[in-house]
Design a protein around this ligand. Structure first.
Ligand SMILES: Nc1ncnc2c1ncn2[C@@H]1O[C@H](COP(=O)(O)OP(=O)(O)O)[C@@H](O)[C@H]1O
Ligand SMILES: [Mg+2]
Length: 338
């Protein structure tokens, strides 16, 4: 038995996660991480004492065989922490117990759950409007005059378009996420894409009396990029700058080389974003003013798409904004290797 303990001690210390060796329901060896997690009185303690989780203890006692899948534990070392307790038989009498930290995985799972709930909610609102209006159009077909009917039909069309925008943005997000481990390698001329994005936004700029200004440094080297994603990034940033910038003010796109990367900025003069919102506007469906964003045709997904595109490009995104003055979005993108 002593030999088992000696051999196990060095093994335990080599593990990055909290781990202990137990025999006859008592702790006979442990590593520093286990002591940090389970407390200073871990030495010689009974497992029941240190893991107040009956199902886990029961499973441990039954552990004639190893538990590859392990047991989920909550609350050890803080109420928001989640652990996967795994154990394996060592020799005839001892059991190796490992505590794998699953807190981050759990938080990510929670985010996914919230995301599905939010997406469903965003789609349900226009859907209810669609159903309501089409029912009225059908049931009161004889009483509605032509003008009213046209008005109702355009509401139906507008709400269907809104649902389409949400679904398209959701598809974009999942496509970009699916590719996040493969960095783009194509060499792209950013100047041409900026011109293309500006041309695409020209009509909306004219409607708002705004001008679009390009200040791309001449002879800018190519970036390692995915052409359609960078165009999508520019579209989203230009659209935000036009929507949230004051009518009649310029929107400026600039790009230059800085510290071995291309520094792209999209700047507007407008309402700006209050400091407490800046950190959150890249979250999915987060808006400073939801009804305003909706009335402008926003989905609440634009900046989260931008963030994912920048991450996939191994770039950096930051937001610089002052209330009542305007916002500048900064994007750093890697140069293509030539
Ligand atoms: N240029 C900007 N100026 C001021 N606020 C902005 C700007 N860009 C984004 N925001 C804020 O961030 C929110 C999230 O932006 P985004 O993800 O593009 O969603 P959407 O524009 O569809 O609402 C917006 O609703 C708005 O409140
Ligand atoms: Mg937007």
């Amino acid at each position: 038995m002593d030999q088992v303990i000696d051999e196990s001690l060095s093994l335990l210390e080599a593990l990055s996660e909290a781990a202990l060796l137990a025999s006859g329901g008592r702790v006979i060896a442990f590593n520093a991480a286990a002591q940090a997690l389970l407390g200073p009185s871990i030495e010689g303690a009974s497992l029941e004492q240190i893991i107040s989780h009956p199902a886990a203890i029961e499973a441990l006692e039954r552990s004639g065989q190893d538990s590859a899948e392990g047991i989920e534990l909550t609350g050890l070392g803080g109420s928001r922490r989640h652990w996967l307790m795994q154990f394996a038989k060592i020799g005839n009498q001892a059991v190796l117990v490992r505590f794998v930290d699953r807190s981050e995985a759990r938080a990510a799972e929670q985010m996914r759950v919230d995301f599905v709930a939010n997406a469903s909610h965003e789609l349900r609102t226009p859907l209810s409007t669609l159903i309501g209006y089409t029912e009225t159009l059908r049931e009161q077909a004889d009483e509605l005059d032509g003008e009213t009917r046209e008005r109702f039909l355009s509401v139906v069309h507008e709400e269907a378009r809104r649902m389409q925008r949400i679904v398209e943005d959701l598809i974009s997000l999942s496509r970009i996420e699916a590719e996040k481990f493969t960095a783009p390698t194509q060499a792209i001329e950013l100047a041409a894409l900026v011109d293309q994005a500006i041309a695409g936004a020209e009509r909306i700029a004219a409607e708002r009396g705004s001008t679009l200004v390009s200040k791309v440094a001449p002879g800018l080297p190519g970036i390692a990029a995915d052409r359609s994603q960078i165009l999508q990034l520019l579209d989203n940033l230009l659209m935000n700058a036009l929507r949230y910038g004051d009518p009649g003010t310029p929107v400026t796109v600039a790009a230059e080389v800085e510290g071995g990367m291309v520094h792209l900025t999209v700047a507007d003069e407008g309402e700006g974003i209050a400091p407490e919102h800046i950190g959150r506007v890249t979250e999915r469906f987060y808006r400073v003013d939801t009804s305003r964003s909706r009335s402008l045709g926003g989905t609440g997904l634009g900046l989260s798409i931008v963030k994912h595109i920048v991450e996939r490009h191994r770039g950096r995104l930051s937001i610089d904004s002052e209330l009542g003055r305007g916002t500048t979005i900064h994007v750093l993108l890697p140069l293509s290797v030539s």
